[in-house]
Write a protein that binds this ligand. Structure first.
Ligand code: NAD
Length: 428
């Protein structure tokens, strides 16, 4: 069984080897070997049938050397402390890599939200928020969306935080407005930012574009995407809209292979009707069984494609399936989708991995823009947001590329080395 936290620390260890061993490095590595704080709460929820259920919840505040803690909230049955610790650690490195003034954190509740009614989901969210409220705040720790959480959930969290605080502290209207910065990824009518819902994919697109020519990616390249949620769907759409060929997508229930290229919008419409992409063979606006083939979810990794994009959960690519991967490029949109053992196998096979902390940093970057807008009473257009995002992502892509050349190492180790360097530069 792969422990994502141990995997994350192995990645850090590899990057650390690229540095001269100074005392500051040793101290920083010792600090980064565990989180500053682990918060474990038990979240009571009155279910629709009147019974009480208790759900385990977590918030891991990993490191705040570069600024307030920042990271998403995940609702998933597999959520546990090691997963949240790993995700929080990756946030530290990601925020440093894209150079936004945040440390890293992550939170989650062990729950399958698909089994909850809308009312149960709202009560769970509000109860979880009350449980962690003393430990979060616009200048302390700022949650955002992740797997199975969205703008409605982020808005509930901000509302709940504000209503609990208001009852205790007298403050001006201006100060109250700033409290909305406690979460990001909120709905537009509650202080959300333009472009946030598709920001992860938009940021990934800027990285993809920056690397495309260098990695010999062409419009003929075939692409398979594992996971068809926020990150996977919007990225499929970006690629398709720019003339690239997405030939396969999967979700937790199944996968489809459309060798001539599928239409992400029609596929999403079909998924919404069926509850899964399985059976959605959509070319243009038409979905028809003649356009493709059903494949088991796991088969997406061994399809004869040029680029594979894991966009679901961690440890998707592991030692047992890495050897079957035919793709020459893996573009990680999910957090931690490749285990260190798989990384070794892929490197030996000559597969290039563009790492998660670079490719999916667009989400947190636009979250940072949302926070800035909330704190300064601003509202930027989607065009402005994307212009700022492009600049950040292109800079990060360039520094990862240059560092990998300079250190003669993989993009992952280069990305970690850049992040570590930035953390080392923090003055005591
Ligand atoms: P989401 O809940 O919107 O979508 C997840 C998708 O993965 C769903 O389509 C689900 O069916 C699918 N999935 C789950 N298990 C699967 C399996 N075994 N095989 C195939 N598909 C499977 O979540 P998301 O926000 O798109 O997040 C996906 C990944 O991207 C996560 O690793 C997340 O941490 C990362 N990420 C998300 C954001 C964001 O802003 N949403 C930002 C950065 C990184």
């Amino acid at each position: 069984m792969n422990n994502p936290f141990e995997n994350a620390l192995q990645q850090l260890g590899k990057a650390a080897k690229k540095f001269e061993g100074s005392r500051k490095l040793q101290e920083t590595l010792a600090l980064l070997a565990q989180p500053q704080r682990e918060i474990h709460v038990n979240v009571p929820v009155v279910m629709d049938d009147g019974s009480l259920k208790i759900f385990p919840g977590y918030r891991v505040q990993y490191n705040n050397a570069r600024g307030p803690f920042k990271g998403g909230i995940r609702y998933h049955p597999q959520v546990d402390l090691d997963e949240v610790k790993a995700l929080a650690f990756w946030m530290v490195m990601k925020n440093a890599l894209v150079d936004i003034p945040y440390g890293g954190a992550k939170g989650g509740v062990a729950v399958d939200p698909k089994t909850l009614s809308a009312g149960e989901l709202e009560r769970l969210t509000r109860a979880y928020t009350r449980a962690i409220a003393p430990d979060i705040g616009p200048y302390v720790d700022i949650p955002g969306p992740d797997v199975n959480t969205n703008e409605t959930i982020m808005t509930w969290m901000a509302e709940e935080y504000i209503s609990n605080l208001k009852s205790q502290t007298p403050m001006s209207k201006e100060e109250k407005e700033k409290l909305w910065a406690v979460t990001t990824g909120k709905s537009l009518d509650h202080g959300g930012s333009e472009g946030r819902h598709s920001a992860t994919a938009q940021g990934a697109w800027y990285v993809f574009s920056a690397f495309a020519e260098k990695l010999n990616i062409t419009k003929k390249s075939t692409i398979a995407i594992q996971g068809f949620g926020n990150a996977g769907y919007y990225f499929a759409k970006q690629l398709h809209d720019h003339g690239y060929k997405v030939v396969a997508v999967s979700d937790s229930k199944g996968a489809v292979y459309v060798p001539e290229g599928l239409d992400p919008d029609a596929t999403m419409k079909c998924k919404e009707e069926k509850g899964t992409v399985a059976g959605c063979y959509c070319k243009g606006s038409v979905c028809d069984v003649r356009f493709g083939k059903p494949i088991p979810s796991e088969k997406i990794f061994s399809l004869p494609v040029d680029i594979l994009i894991p966009s679901a959960l961690e440890n998707a690519i592991h030692k047992d399936n890495a050897k079957d991967i035919a793709a020459k490029i893996i573009f990680e949109l999910a957090n931690g989708p490749t285990t260190p053992e798989a990384d070794e196998i892929l490197a030996k096979k000559g597969v290039t991995v563009v790492p998660d902390i670079l490719t999916n940093a667009g989400g947190v970057t636009v979250s940072y823009f949302e926070w800035e807008q909330n704190l300064h009473g601003l509202h930027w257009s989607e065009k402005e947001v994307n212009k700022k995002l492009k600049l950040k992502m292109e800079r990060a892509a360039a520094v990862v590329w240059d560092t990998s050349q300079k250190l003669n190492t993989t993009f992952r180790t280069a990305a970690f080395a850049v992040a570590l360097e930035r953390i080392l530069q923090v003055k005591e």
